[in-house]
Design a protein around this ligand. Structure first.
Ligand code: 5GP
Length: 259
């Protein structure tokens, strides 16, 4: 059996050459990093859960007309995707103050924002993904104005849809990160949603307890990260009944830790 060709290895995923030209296989690892990879660890089963959660959300988004790179899930940890040229911009959508927004501007975490904020960060690990303005994007040619209009429109639609999706299962969508990629059709290109949408790149808070159900549990050493990711998958209806019963609840986890 010939080994397939690895195209790229990131912090949480590996990309392999796909079975047909223009396709890739996206493999989800259990590895977790934070603070620009200064903190490293693993979350048992994270890759399997993120693969399922991302499949679910990308499929629903395709259903409302958002073009995405997702083709189909292949197995527990892999999905077939369209090969794109990644736009080197991380798009962060915020509904509630948290994380770097709270830190940078001194706004208390949990403050509901009077309007949704879309921010752009330049995707560059060596620089620590700095916050940028539209002006930088235009000046350095990272994306055209037309692409940025499409990206902003899609980010707003994804946010509206996901706020409803998560509210229906008792989860507040605080903020999240999106990535987009370019695909070429003849001499024309367009941008489509790429990467993944999972608790790795979203802040998800339980609506009644404010419990964090996302990677902040890892970033902030809260523990119970695997349980939190399972809880999100369970509420989205992605775990079989048997497994749903075995999900540890976070309240019990906290009590066990004596907090
Ligand atoms: P913040 O800027 O507050 O750290 O992050 C805002 C949101 O974007 C959070 O939901 C966070 O998970 C997500 N995010 C920002 N940068 C990254 C990144 O490099 N990787 C991942 N997985 N998520 C990110």
């Amino acid at each position: 059996m010939s080994r397939r060709r690895q195209i790229y290895e990131g912090k949480a995923k590996i990309l392999y050459e796909g079975p047909e030209p223009g396709t890739l296989i996206q493999y989800f690892k259990d590895d977790a990093t934070a603070f620009n990879a200064q903190k490293k660890g693993t979350i048992a089963g994270k890759g399997v859960l993120n693969n399922r959660i991302s499949e679910h959300i990308f499929t629903l988004l395709a259903g409302i007309g958002i073009p995405t790179h997702f083709i189909r899930r292949l197995n527990m940890r892999e999905q077939l995707i369209r090969q794109v040229e990644i736009v080197p911009i991380e798009v962060v959508v915020r509904n509630v103050a948290a994380g770097t927004l709270s830190k940078r501007l001194g706004i208390e975490e949990g403050t509901q924002l009077p309007r949704t904020i879309i921010e752009y960060y330049y995707k560059d690990d060596a620089l620590g993904d700095p916050l940028i303005a539209d002006e930088h994007i235009a000046c350095f040619g990272w994306a055209t104005q037309e692409e940025m209009n499409d990206i902003a429109d899609m980010a707003v639609r994804v946010n509206d849809f996901m706020c409803g999706l998560f509210a229906a299962i008792g989860i507040r969508l605080v903020d999240f990160k999106l990535e987009f990629g370019r695909i070429w059709e003849n001499e024309y290109s367009r941008v489509i949603l790429a990467d993944e949408i999972s608790p790795d790149g979203c802040r998800l808070w339980d609506m009644t307890t404010n419990e964090k159900l996302d990677k902040d549990r890892f970033r902030r050493d809260l523990g119970g990260e695997a349980e939190a990711y399972q809880e999100v998958a369970r509420r989205l209806g992605l775990l079989p009944e048997g497994e749903a019963n075995s999900v540890l609840d976070l309240e019990k986890h906290r009590q066990k830790r004596g907090k």
